[in-house]
Design a protein around this ligand. Structure first.
Ligand code: PEP
Length: 254
């Protein structure tokens, strides 16, 4: 499985009015962007359709969550099919805010990943350890447990077909929104370990082709160094994605 382009994605979280997003879209539409980088932005779901209709077509749009059922009596939920219908190509699943604030378990996330892939969405599957887990040397144990739930839930689908649509986002919880970014060495070590784990539990060609991106306090000041690491196949940007510097982060390989 060939590894895709370097990928830069956003997590806007619960931010952005329609007017704010329209400005952001116009800014991206005007920008000179590196065609060697794949970019996606993820507005709140109510704005996906508007953003998709107004954004240049070489940037993908993603949702920030979905439920694992296609339709039915699930008040307030949105299915993967609905995201796709609204124009989304990606969905972010397993973000730490979903895991902690909304009590999503590893197995909920596995179910969501499977349903999103079945609906034809590409998945940004987030995994990450807390500070106390890192300090007690259980980082890999935690990441592998989170990863295994995804592997278990999608094992029935065709191996290469489904994995080409999965991007793993390593997002250390202690780095999210804190200004405390992982060092390039820390990110590289973890990404390489995740790749080895995928090789052991799924398949070598899947591991080789899989894109593993880093998220957690990425900004213009640290993006370039992170992007140089061999197993860092992209960047996942929260706070800085709402600022004009996002365009420069997208062009980090230049
Ligand atoms: C995130 O929440 O996924 C994230 C990467 O946020 P930030 O860049 O603000 O740390």
């Amino acid at each position: 499985m060939a590894r895709g382009k370097f990928i830069v994605g956003t997590n806007f979280k619960m931010n952005g009015s329609r007017a704010f997003l329209q400005d952001l879209v116009e800014n991206l539409n005007r920008a000179d962007l590196d065609s060697n980088v794949e970019i996606f932005i993820s507005p709140p779901s109510v704005h996906i359709n508007h953003v998709r209709q107004n954004l240049r077509k070489d940037i993908a749009v993603g949702g920030q969550n979905c439920f694992w059922k296609s339709s039915g009596a699930y008040t307030g939920e949105i299915s993967a099919e609905m995201l796709k219908d609204a124009g989304a190509e990606y969905v972010i699943l397993g973000h730490t805010e979903r895991r902690t604030l909304f009590k999503e378990s590893d197995s909920h996330i596995g179910l969501k990943v499977a349903s999103a892939l079945a609906a034809g969405l590409k998945v940004i599957a987030c995994i990450g350890e807390t500070l106390s887990e890192r300090e007690s040397n259980t980082t890999l144990q935690v990441l592998f447990r989170q990863l295994q739930a995804i592997v278990d839930h999608i094992q029935d689908l065709n191996q290469e077909e489904k994995w080409k649509d999965v991007v793993i986002a390593y997002e250390p919880v202690w780095a999210i929104g804190t200004g405390r970014v992982a060092t390039p060495k820390q990110a590289q070590e973890v990404h390489a370990a995740i790749r080895r784990r995928v090789e052991e539990t799924v398949e070598g060609s899947v591991a080789e082709g899989m894109r593993i991106i880093y998220g957690g306090s990425v900004n213009l000041g640290n993006a370039r160094q992170l992007a140089r690491e061999k197993d860092v196949d992209g960047l996942f940007v929260g706070g800085a994605s709402l600022k004009p510097e996002f365009v420069e982060i997208c062009n980090v390989l230049r």
